[in-house]
Design a protein around this ligand. Sequence first.
Ligand code: F6R
Length: 608
Amino acid sequence: MCGILGYIGKEQVAPLLLKGLEKLEYRGYDSAGVAILDGERLNVTKTKGRLKVLSELLKQGKEIQGTVGIGHTRWATHGEPSDVNSHPHLSESGKFAVVHNGIIENYLHLRDFLADNGKKFLSETDSEVIAQLLEYYDTGDLLETVIKVKEKLEGSYALGIICRDNPDRIVAVRKDSPLIIGVGRGENFIASDITAIVSKTKTIIRLKDGEIAILEAENIKLYDKHKTELKKDISTIDWNISEAKKEGYEHFMFKEIMEQPKVIGDTISPRIRDEEIILDKINLSKEYLENINKIYIIGCGSAFHVGCIAKYIFEKLLRKSVEVDIASEFRYRDPIVNKDVLVIAISQSGETADTLAAVRESRKLGARVLSIVNVVGSSIANESDDVIYTWAGPEIAVATTKAFSTQLAIVYLLALYMSKKLGKIENKDYFEYIAELLSLSSKIETILKEKENIREFALDHYSTEDVFFIGRNLDYALSLEGSLKFKEISYIHSEAYAAGELKHGTISLIEKGTLVVAIAAQDALVEKMISNIKEVKARGARVLGITTQKNADIKKVCDFTFCIPEICNLLKPSLTLIPLQLLAYYVASERGCDIDKPRNLAKSVTVE
Ligand code: F6R
């Protein structure tokens, strides 16, 4: 989604913004622009297309002088990707420039109001109304003007504002869209994402909803809507810059796939002490767990798929009923949630608009919300009753891999923790699961060493047009993720199907040469899977089977088989996932796709 970067200090700002905006490319965008103050004038350059087009227009930043500026990468929502719809947007006289992330929901009403008052609009965007409102309500006092405009806006926004008459200031405001302030020495930054500024400073202020920040080169002040100055909550981020670099890998996605043994270890090991699971500061008492009658899991995309796998795990280990919902559906269907329901929200970014709204809705309905989040201090983390962080480090590729694996790892830890508290698990089984969990890293490592086998298969199948991912039980839940990963980066149509369900309609699509990926790792269901594989083979499908050595019979019915190391059935999704990620990656790579930034997608989906 859109990205914001702003700078005030002593450096020439144009090259700095170009470089910093590159770090936001991974979020997904279709146009980019900058507004720069050179002391007297406010210069805006913006264009449809990649940052290199903007960089050429700006002669790599040498074209415009100035040490104060704001920049933006846009992911189109209101109006097609075009030069004029790109940000920054200027007010009619050119006095104010604005960059905006989010959606102004009442923009049509505001636009009509401004048009009736003589303002002319150049773009189709919702964001341009903000620039025009600033000019319309201009009192000559920048803070006062911003407060007035803020009162008129409905929806979500992170804003960076500069004004020709205040060439030594940047204003930042947010509501339901992330924005941070980077604190430097003689220079300060605003950014929608830490990655844009981490090479410059690790000292940050996370702007809270409704706060207004006025940045000068040597000073930062925060205000509320009554112009009262607020206390600054300064923190330090413990990010290693190398985590946000490719480090010799061709793509972030591949680097992140390869990092999984480490991050799984980082997420699990510190939480197991003397064979006890310690979930940070969380305490879910036996009484509380006994009283909840349902667990609701919510998330979007891959996070939702973690929830689908988690349903099997929680139901098996807790014998409590679990419902899984796509966050955007949950919030508008009057869910049956109350104080007797535990809601688990899953999100890598912690900023997904629908998941955040579902968290708020659940808490309003009286439920306790526990979130599983990767980005520390993100909105979902802040607004939940309890948070368990996945320690996956920054995930840059749009398609999630290591965050998914660590979310799943937390699900296992949480389910075992709750099962033990409820007395639903024998000690012997509990200790076995703990040992298996601790073996995950090295088993993933073993799979990654065999990646060449998957690559060879991908080289033979990258021009396929349709793929079906099938499985039963946990293997089916995982196939949902296998299919999403495959289609989102390779642009090949794919579907996930419960293997037993195929013959109720979808099998009519299987014809000679159709590729089927059959995940057949659940021991008790292998025989059933063999029958389902035979059904598609009989109609001409080519089948890649993913299983374990123990179930090598699968080899007899598949065209190609990949075996994962042995592990208990419950933990198998953590291993079968890896060949599916590799398959998606190698196929997309062979097709020359933009793997880290697939078309139309964004890393952090902060709009509904
Ligand atoms: C797919 C993918 C997305 C995200 C989804 C939720 O590879 O990454 O489907 O899982 O947009 O994002 P978060 O986890 O940030 O809430």
